[in-house]
Design a protein around this ligand. Structure first.
Ligand code: ADE
Length: 223
């Protein structure tokens, strides 16, 4: 898979992408990351990419020309990318959307800043608007990193068996149940007896039940 990101702050991503599972996935050539500086596509010598909103109001809006020049240049670098604009006004990211992205050959994530981007870019050049949650970040690059992580870990071969995504929270609808590791007793708190017994059928059932209880309690909307 190829992931392109268009942003005013590529350093936010270049600092994070080489590490852990994302870094390993890229080194093993399961994914390619390409970061693009939006200012490189500005038309003037001051490299201006934003302007005041028509109709007034606070903040600045990313202008059409640099964005469209960038998107079209980036699109020309490979096969057509699915274009995603990161915005708190988008559809909220979930595991199904991450899975859908992981099945695409190429995605282009556009990161907003300031008050947003000119609506005409969204209408003409964007396939989908995605939010990572109901809060406002100062920078879409942080949101893009979340989308990249959730997507790349689902690519074939990225997680080993040990790390498998199969029993993650959300993969079956419920949250994941609790996990324990050694020691068997820590400051008076014991590991549940059932996990020490080795009956894997019973353990699976117990974990599913604990996951369901947790889901009922804190995320009833998932049921
Ligand atoms: N940009 C700012 N806030 C965001 C959010 N919650 N999701 C996606 N992009 C954003």
């Amino acid at each position: 898979m190829r992931i392109d990101v268009l942003t005013l702050f590529p350093e936010i991503l270049s600092g994070a992408l080489p590490h852990s599972i994302l870094g390993r996935a890229e080194r093993e050539k399961r994914v390619e990351f390409h970061l693009h500086q939006l200012r490189d596509y500005a038309l003037d010598k001051h490299r201006i990419v934003d302007d005041r909103p028509y109709g007034g109001g606070p903040g600045m809006v990313l202008k059409c020309e640099p964005l469209v020049r960038a998107i079209e240049s980036i699109q020309a670098l490979g096969e057509p990318a699915h274009v995603v604009f990161m915005t708190p006004g988008g559809v909220r990211l979930n595991q199904a959307i991450a899975r859908k992205f992981s099945e695409k050959k190429r995605i282009l994530l556009i990161c907003g800043h300031y008050e947003g981007i000119d609506q005409r870019v969204i209408e003409g050049w964007v396939d989908e608007e995605i939010s990572i949650g109901d809060y406002v970040l100062s920078n879409g690059a942080v949101a893009a990193l979340v989308v990249i992580d959730a997507t790349v870990r689902l690519l074939p071969g990225v997680l080993g068996n040990e790390e498998s995504a199969g029993n993650d929270s959300f993969s079956e609808g419920d949250l994941e149940g609790p996990q324990y590791t050694r020691p068997e007793e820590f400051q008076g708190r014991k590991v549940p007896e059932i996990l020490l017994g080795g009956d894997h059928g019973k353990i699976r059932e117990w974990r599913a039940q604990r996951g369901r209880e947790k889901t009922k309690l804190i995320r009833p909307d998932l049921l």
